[in-house]
Write a protein that binds this ligand. Structure first.
Ligand code: ADP
Ligand code: MG
Length: 379
């Protein structure tokens, strides 16, 4: 379908109402749009600030019909919405990213096969749909990681497996399609967040260096303190990927750096946690770029005005022993260059992303010093 520009005050739809959706709603509102959110959780953070929250399943035909009747364009904040729902909305409005890109990113077998097909660097892998498949997997993949093909996030649906026997046990436990991946000796993890417009233009933020804890992103350092050649190559690979996917919208590409080489780990067809510092450290954030790409507006130059350190705040910060309490925000809000973002989630749970803070400073070292001080004060 040919698509023109969608100008404010049009109404936009987003499937998924978590924190990524909430930031999208804010960015869209800032440009004069109204947003309707579809999410089954009555307390979805984005639903609470949107013009309307349609509370129901992502494949609820009546709710999809309502979006189709009232919205001018649709996007998503969550890769696990059914690609069929996007295809349904695409009958009457532009949907960006499209169902095809989403289908690739929501299934690790599709994703890694896509990378292989397009000669993009990735860790050696083997698709495992049956126990017999696993018997045929190359020995060189051990020690490896077995990952469920679908619905894994924040390290969930993964098992480190030393050998074939452990892999069989993990596969039986997961009881669904998986990929077996060789375990790489990671020197670093980095990511590129970029936006690609409907005209094919790409605006990429500088790569960030990511540190994970228990499989969950903990800290992003931006720009990544890695050799310029590595950063350039990561940007080029991410751009080639976006082109191959014919992607429109904001895309997060996670990389491993191991043995002096880059490997694409996974793609997120939406803004990415490692791009949150763009809210405070850049002239435009990853969410506004998502709005611009969706609406056929020019993308902004994705330039940083400061180095930044972003720290995720998980539910753990709300607990003292077994007691729940609101962390002492006043203790950190006076720190120079620190900005706090809380997602308005009512219930703190361990491992749940509740918010983040970003520190900007003249240098990454100074930003890190303030971020470390903030961590200490939060206890
Ligand atoms: P998720 O969807 O949970 O983010 P990932 O595939 O990104 O899943 O894996 C989560 C983390 O586990 C990665 O960020 C990395 O730290 C580690 N990891 C995953 N795959 C590998 C691998 N092949 N080799 C080494 N570490 C890995
Ligand atoms: Mg990941």
């Amino acid at each position: 379908m040919t698509v023109g520009r969608i100008d404010a005050p049009a109404r936009l739809a987003i499937l998924g109402g978590g924190q990524l959706g909430r930031f999208f709603v804010r960015a869209a509102q800032e440009l004069g749009y109204a947003v309707w959110v579809l999410d089954p959780d009555p307390e979805a953070p984005a639903g609470r600030i949107a013009e309307r929250h349609l509370c129901g399943a992502y494949d609820d035909e009546a709710l999809l019909a309502e979006l189709a009747a009232h919205c001018a364009a649709a996007t998503t904040e969550f890769e696990n919405v059914p690609a069929t729902s996007l295809a349904r909305l695409a009958q009457s409005m532009p949907v960006r990213p499209g169902a095809t890109a989403l289908a690739v990113c929501q299934d690790r077998i599709e994703e890694k096969s896509f990378l292989a097909r397009h000669s993009l660097p990735h860790a050696p892998f083997f698709a495992v749909r049956t126990a017999e498949d696993l018997e045929r997997a190359p020995e060189s993949l051990f020690p490896g990681i077995l990952k469920t093909a679908r619905f894994g996030y924040d390290g969930k649906g993964q098992a480190a497996v030393a050998d074939r026997q452990e892999a069989q046990a993990a596969f039986a436990r997961f009881g669904r399609d998986c990929v077996l991946e060789a375990r790489l000796a990671l020197e670093a993890e980095l990511s590129v967040v970029l936006a690609r417009g409907a005209d094919g233009r790409i605006a990429a933020f500088a790569p960030g260096l990511n540190v994970h804890r228990n499989g969950i992103l903990d800290t992003t350092f931006a720009p990544a303190p890695l050799p310029a050649t590595v950063l350039r190559e990561a940007g080029e690979i991410a751009a080639a990927l976006a082109e191959a996917l014919e992607y429109v919208g904001t895309l997060g590409v996670e990389f491993f750096y191991a043995d002096g080489r880059l490997y694409v780990n996974e793609m997120a067809p939406r803004p990415h946690n490692s791009g949150h510092h763009t809210l405070d450290a850049h002239r435009v954030c990853q969410f506004e770029q998502q709005v611009r790409a969706l609406c056929g507006l020019p993308l902004a130059v994705p330039e940083a005005h400061s180095p930044a350190v972003m720290v995720n705040l998980l539910g753990e910060a709300w607990f003292v022993g077994e007691t729940l309490r609101e962390p002492p925000w006043h203790e950190i809000l006076s720190l120079p260059g620190l900005r706090l973002h809380l997602y308005g989630k009512r219930e703190a749970r361990r491992g749940r992303k509740m918010g983040h803070f970003t520190v900007t400073a003249a240098t990454l070292t100074e930003a890190l010093a303030v971020a470390s001080e903030a961590r200490q004060r939060l206890g």
